[in-house]
Design a protein around this ligand. Structure first.
Ligand code: HDE
Length: 663
């Protein structure tokens, strides 16, 4: 058990087989009836038990996060691959095999706490490393750039993407007027919008997403040498995504799709793994790029600045209590350890204020660091005192520095003994409200992203843009957005104009660049695997060899569920779902091993087949169903007749070459 788990154990309470008491420890003899005058009479004030129970309940809610409200989290461990002391003095990166406990929270950005998981959105990927030198938080997203360049614009951006204030519609969507109005009028968003319209915005699971620190940080080694650094998480399972029609349907069929996937896989021992990588730019190379390395709307193309892998994180334990851990965890980009420092990236500078500030309202005061999930595993001492919910009982008369009563303790520690020292950057300038000219090119990398996409990804972006902008009621906004896209690609803009019913763009020349970065494409870098993919076998009384099929799939680490027309036992297997309680959109592939005699069941089966086909997923027919009323073409890619060929098709994932599919 690691240090964090040992610490958390002290706070855990198992209430089973315990007598019921009040919060004051008084045993309670009756918990279903309030104290009344006569069994039909009024309740009386004297009922302290009722009042305590009801008051606690009335105060159970805290404000949800203003962004990233919807999320889920897990514990794990980070293991360092190699001594990275040439680039950073961070102790948790100093030794091969060194292990550090971590807690990770994944999230969507725009929706409320109860919104669906599979909406089109950026995903948060925040990691707390409980290091021996204090907590280090890497607060990342699954896309490497951001919508705005200066933190002062963040409230405007968030107001625009959130539900519109007059009617609080739409929930967890960017497909509405205020979002696209913001984009058209704040064109620094152009690059991020391309990522937002791409398949990255509809991940298959939290286990199959990259993470990016977005902002430019600094690594400093023991000799005081610094590098600019960008952080990356690379999932071992590769990056996998949904298709849009499927994502929308999952939002209804299982709004907890991503939360459930993470929880179930960790319970089953399929621990998600991600490698931590860094891109490094030496201090002296700061100005050697055709973009400003402090601009958070720019990537450092991996082909130009390679990613150096430093270690691996494994998520291996679910939380015991969602509120205590997932809801109360408080991340902050300013939680750093010696060896990790900041740059002047204007988005990062503003974030350094916002994260603590937001915890004060959300967690009700300045003592949130004492909550079990937020406590460092190393000792912490200072002269801060009091405040709401203070738990530490600091003893003695001294709560100030400097002092003689306590030999000037707790006292500062020199950098050579681990005291944090800010990188001594020389800064010289005029106090201005302005943005550097070097931040003004909003389209070159947006076009680079577009040019780096495969044809299928391009098709998805056009479809996504047509959907999103098509939902914008105001024609002038649709027109403005089309004009903006023309700077990225004229054909893309013209196609969009046609689809959303506005004039073709006036701009006839996009920004000039032929640069590409193949690393940003998902489909150019596929990872072929069957690992922990989820498959449904549709069975009935006539299905042969159920156990053999199940075993063959499980041998390939595939998760299997049996589905039938009703809850029943088929060859000793209890089916997991009926065709009504499950849905084809919840699986990575379907094996059809039943025919069903009655027309209702066969038409449900055809719905399963049709949807799986339309979403380009593997489909095996072990029996020959009647496909009347479907557009399924049995000769198409990924439509197979044996379990073995199904496994191969599943390894590939989506089969895009299906001319009839309409997903
Ligand atoms: Fe955040 N962000 N953010 N953000 N962010 C919050 O902090 C903020 C940005 C990110 O699971 C808030 O505790 C500003 C970029 C994640 O608890 C808040 C700016 C990136 C999470 C806040 C940004 C992120 C947050 C809301 C622009 C990717 C969820 C609740 C200047 C690198 C953490 C909270 C969790 C949460 C402010 C931009 C990632 C309000 C001002 C860029 C993953 O403090």
């Amino acid at each position: 058990m690691n240090k964090k788990q040992q610490q958390l154990d002290h706070f855990k309470s198992d209430d089973s087989n315990r007598p019921l008491t009040t919060n004051q420890g008084l045993k309670v003899s009756e918990d279903e009836h309030s104290l009344k005058i006569g069994s039909r009479g009024p309740t009386i004030m004297e009922d302290f038990h009722f009042r305590e129970k009801m008051t606690h309940f009335d105060h159970e809610r805290i404000p949800e996060r203003v962004v990233h409200a919807r999320g889920t989290a897990a514990h794990g461990v980070f293991e360092c691959y190699e001594d990275a002391s040439d680039i950073t003095k961070a102790n948790f990166l100093s030794e091969k095999g060194k292990q550090t406990p971590v807690f990770v929270r994944f999230s969507t950005v725009a929706g409320s706490r109860g919104s669906a998981d599979t909406v089109r959105d950026v995903r948060g990927f925040a990691t707390k490393f409980y290091t021996e030198e204090g907590n280090y938080d890497l607060v990342a997203n699954n896309m490497p750039v951001f919508f705005v360049q200066d933190a002062i614009k963040f409230p405007d951006f968030v107001h625009a993407v959130k539900p519109e204030p007059h009617n609080e519609i739409p929930q967890a969507q960017s497909a509405h007027d205020t979002f696209w109005d913001f984009i058209a009028n704040n064109q620094e968003s152009a690059h991020m919008v391309m990522w937002h319209l791409s398949d990255r915005a509809i991940p298959r699971s939290y286990r199959t997403m990259e993470g990016f620190g977005v902002n430019t940080y600094r690594f400093v080694n023991a000799a005081g040498q610094a590098h600019f650094v960008k952080f990356h998480w690379k999932p071992k399972l590769g990056v996998q995504s949904l298709v849009w029609d499927e994502a929308q349907k999952i939002a209804g069929k299982d709004p907890d799709f991503h939360r459930r996937d993470l929880y179930d896989n960790i319970e089953q021992g399929n621990f998600p793994e991600y490698e931590l990588g860094v891109q490094l730019i030496a201090q002296e190379d700061e100005f050697n790029f055709d973009f400003d390395i402090l601009d958070p709307t720019k990537i450092w193309p991996e082909e130009e600045v390679p990613v150096r892998i430093l270690g691996k994180m494994t998520l291996n334990q679910n939380v015991d209590n969602f509120f205590a851990e997932t809801e109360q965890v408080a991340f902050h980009v300013g939680h750093v350890v010696p060896g990790i420092d900041f740059s002047n990236d204007p988005l990062l500078q503003g974030r350094l204020f916002s994260y603590t500030d937001t915890q004060l309202i959300r967690l009700g005061g300045p003592n949130f660091h004492e909550l079990p999930i937020n406590r460092p595993v190393c000792p912490f001492h200072n002269n801060q005192r009091d405040g709401y919910g203070r738990q530490t009982i600091n003893v003695g008369p001294v709560s100030y520095h400097k002092n003689s009563i306590q030999q000037n303790t707790p006292g500062p520690v020199s950098p050579s003994d681990g005291g944090y020292e800010h990188y001594q950057e020389k800064v010289d300038g005029v106090k201005v409200r302005a943005r550097s000219q070097s931040f003004m090119d909003h389209f070159t990398q947006a076009r680079m992203f577009w040019l780096s996409m495969t044809d299928i990804e391009k098709e998805h972006i056009v479809k996504a843009a047509s959907f999103e902008v098509g939902k914008v009621a105001r024609r002038n906004i649709r027109q403005q957005v089309v004009e903006m896209f023309a700077n990225i690609d004229v054909e893309l803009a013209a196609q969009l104009a046609l689809n959303v019913g506005v004039e073709p763009p006036k701009t006839i020349q996009a920004v000039e660049t032929n640069k590409i970065s193949p690393a940003v494409s998902l489909f150019a870098n596929p990872v072929f695997t069957t690992e922990s993919k989820k498959v449904a076998i549709i069975v009935d009384e006539t299905t042969e060899n159920v156990s053999k099929i199940v075993e063959t799939l499980k041998n390939q680490k595939i998760a299997v569920e049996l589905i039938s027309d009703r809850q029943q036992i088929i060859q000793h297997f209890e089916v997991d779902h009926t065709m009504d309680t499950a849905s084809p959109v919840l699986y990575d592939g379907i094996i059809v091993a039943a025919k069903f005699g009655d027309p209702k069941s066969s038409s449900k089966l055809n719905h399963y087949i049709q949807e799986t086909y339309n979403h380009y997923k593997p489909l095996a027919f072990l029996v020959a169903p009647d496909l009347i009323g479907t557009n399924v073409n049995k000769g198409d890619e990924g439509v197979v007749q044996t379990v073995e060929s199904f496994i191969e098709a599943l390894r590939i994932g989506r089969h895009w070459n299906r001319p009839n599919a309409i997903g």
